[in-house]
Ligand binder design. Sequence first.
Ligand code: SF4
Length: 456
Amino acid sequence: MTLTSPQFKDNARAALADTQLQRALSKGLGFVERRRLAAERLPEFDALRDAARDIKNHTLAHLDLYLEAYEARVTAAGGKLHYAVTAEEARAIVLDICRTAAAKTVTKGKTMIAEEIGLNDFLEENGIQPVETDLGEYLIQIRHEMPSHIIAPAIHLNKDQVEADFRRVHTHLPKDRNLAEPATLLAEARGVLRERFLAADVGIIVTNEGNGDLTQTLPKVHIVLATIEKLVPTLEDASTLLRVLARSATGQDMSVYTTLSTGPRRPGDPDGPSDYHVVILDNGRTSMLGGEFADILRCIRCGACMNYCPVFNAIGGHAYGWVYPGPMGAVLTPALIGVDKGGHLPNASMFCGRCEEVCPVRIPLPRMMRAWREREFERHLSPATVRGGLRLWAFFAKRPALYRLATALASRVLWLFGRSAGRFHRLPFATGWTRHRDFPAPQGATFQAQWRRRRR
Ligand code: SF4
């Protein structure tokens, strides 16, 4: 997996200039409006969000106990639980299970954890064919791309691109097959994936889709891949999270499919895997527990924060350069890959606060992005110009009288030079702004002067 987070600014510039991507982003999927309606339909939605936050906080505070209890349950059901401290360990465990099963093909439900550990490439390098069963994930798999959204991984593609990809990859396709409509594209994907399900030796899932049932029940070996913070104590707690998850993600009252996975096939069960494995991955999360960034471990990957984020909606998910995009990625990525590599991402925010407003588990995303910015600054990772500018601003901000004088003076000078045109087409020290749009000339008194007058 190529890590392009350090090139975030270049990625963002390229995304803004990509007309096809801009068209796809402007269409969106309507999640914002649907979430709003779903929340309105449920009077206790905010109370449910509080409950979801409390469930996650409680579990994280007692994670050691719940992990032990969970291991005991998996073992009692006839499954095997594997702890993986690092991504390498998780990959090695999955490969070992596949090799023991002499697996050639692995069907795989949508999982961000598999993206985080680069599982597909690793399995392929070791002679095992992974097949994504989620349609969006399948589309990006055949393009060798990463997801651009955590719940709508192929949001950046249009149907012409999908048709071209199917014609390139599905070599059996007759030339005259109609693939111009979404329905015919779907039928083509379903036909191909159904054959793969029947041929699969191992299934891996974490999913809310119907394909999850086939992934779980048809292969003889089943692997659940999850990170430590996904655990919740009871089925009732899980259902509380599902109620806020579906509404926040797609605006549905409940996801269309929810697969409950209880272990290997029991005597009398009509189907199910004979071998059942759960791989629980840490990958740096334990060190976040109890720290400044622990709140992000509550994340249930609904994607609402990115749906509402003006920056994400302008540049899409690929610009973030790693698995997790948008505000949640801007907080989680530096924690997982280091602030030296992911430190640009927390700067991709205007702090409008919409992400925190809509987060179903009330994660204070802007506060944590600010904390990452402070760390970036402390470790001298931000450019000298930014550091110099912030120092200058801090000098004035600490001296309110001087600050007022300087802003009033600057405002007066800008008014003098800009009063005839009413705007500046070019402005030294603000070229990043004026390269793309005009800078309005100040009019009237400064904000602080107006504020003082109103208070009087
Ligand atoms: S941070 Fe909150 S809004 Fe964003 S994906 Fe996670 S749970 Fe959803």
